[in-house]
Design a protein around this ligand. Structure first.
Ligand code: FAD
Ligand code: FES
Length: 279
């Protein structure tokens, strides 16, 4: 689908949710059929007049009225301007774009590993699992630098009641789990024997988690990562987002690990992680 002109998007409300991050509720004016079939892990382009466009993930999917939410971290030009807006502001929206997470695949026990704002692209999957709409047992391992850096506080409160959620901190205080998610993988494998991984966060965390899961016997085709690339058109036209021979805006941002390795092996492009960062 080529959607060049942004549609009208209303900013309904927002609240602080993590360091330099806010939880936004938006409503798409006159939602289209595609908006109602968003798959967790897909993304949309948010346009601010005079400040350009940037990609963001859906935290909750648009409902019939077009209402959805997103977790956005303040990074630069566009997000600075967004954080200054009041409720009721009218913005631009294009989407949905890309491929979401695999929701139905041959694995019963799945682990979601997230770092920092990387929890946002996984939120939809976790929500589906807590509502028993997925035929999988999901456990979640979420790492943050410290408590104040954690995002999606309201969602995590609800998830804790429904599934195993381990929260780790690089700078833990008394009673918290010290370390990165990698240091707590053994505990999850011992308790749940996961057969598949969905992972989103800083590149080094994703790549190390994938390798650790391979070492514990997980198959490469059961490992999925969400990659971040600079995106402009989001429609396969500009070439800014390439991963090897593939465009992340269309073939990603979620990639199966074996396919990702294959793409890297067949290109001279630098390995993902060298030129990327995740919020
Ligand atoms: C598929 C996808 C989904 C995303 N989902 C979210 C989300 O849910 N929440 C969220 O907060 N952010 C998300 N991001 C990141 C978000 O798009 C960027 O932070 C955004 O472009 C910032 O815009 P800005 O104008 O405020 O900052 P800019 O002024 O564009 O950038 C600030 C700094 O970040 C660097 N930068 C910006 N984007 C990238 C990039 N893709 N790769 C490397 N460096 C970059 C710039 O070089 C600059 O140094 C997502 C990105 C992608 C590709
Ligand atoms: S963002 Fe233009 S081709 Fe992907």
């Amino acid at each position: 689908m080529i959607e060049a002109t942004p549609r009208r998007l209303h900013l309904l409300e927002h609240y602080a949710d993590g360091e330099d991050a806010r939880h936004f509720s938006f409503r798409i004016e006159a939602p289209a059929a595609a908006d109602l079939t968003v798959i967790p892990g897909q993304f949309f382009m948010l346009a601010l007049p005079g400040h350009g466009e940037a990609p963001f993930t859906y935290v909750s999917r648009p409902d019939r009225t077009g209402l959805f939410s997103a977790l956005i971290r303040r990074m630069g030009r566009l997000t600075d301007a967004l954080f200054e807006l009041n409720n009721g502001a009218v913005l631009g929206y294009r989407g949905p774009f890309g491929r979401g997470w695999p929701l139905f695949f041959s694995a019963q026990r799945v682990i979601a590993v997230a770092g920092g704002c990387g929890l946002a692209p996984l939120a939809g999957v976790i929500q589906e699992a807590t509502s028993n709409r997925l035929p999988v047992q999901l456990s979640v391992l979420y790492g943050a630098l410290h408590s104040a850096a954690q995002v999606l506080s309201r969602e995590r409160e609800q998830w804790r009641q429904a599934l195993p959620l381990i929260e780790t901190f690089d700078r833990a205080t008394v009673g918290q789990r010290q370390g990165t998610p990698l240091e707590h993988l053994d505990e999850v494998f011992a308790a749940h024997s996961p057969e598949a991984l969905l992972c989103c966060g800083p590149e080094p965390l994703m790549l190390a988690t994938a390798e650790q899961c391979l070492r514990r016997g997980m198959a490469a085709d059961k490992i999925w990562l969400s990659l971040e690339r600079r995106m402009h058109c989001a429609d396969g036209l500009c070439g800014h987002c390439y991963v090897g021979a593939s465009y992340a805006c269309q073939d990603g941002p979620t990639y199966r690990y074996d396919r990702y390795l294959h793409l890297l092996a067949n290109t001279r492009q630098p390995a993902v992680g060298q030129d990327l960062r995740f919020c």
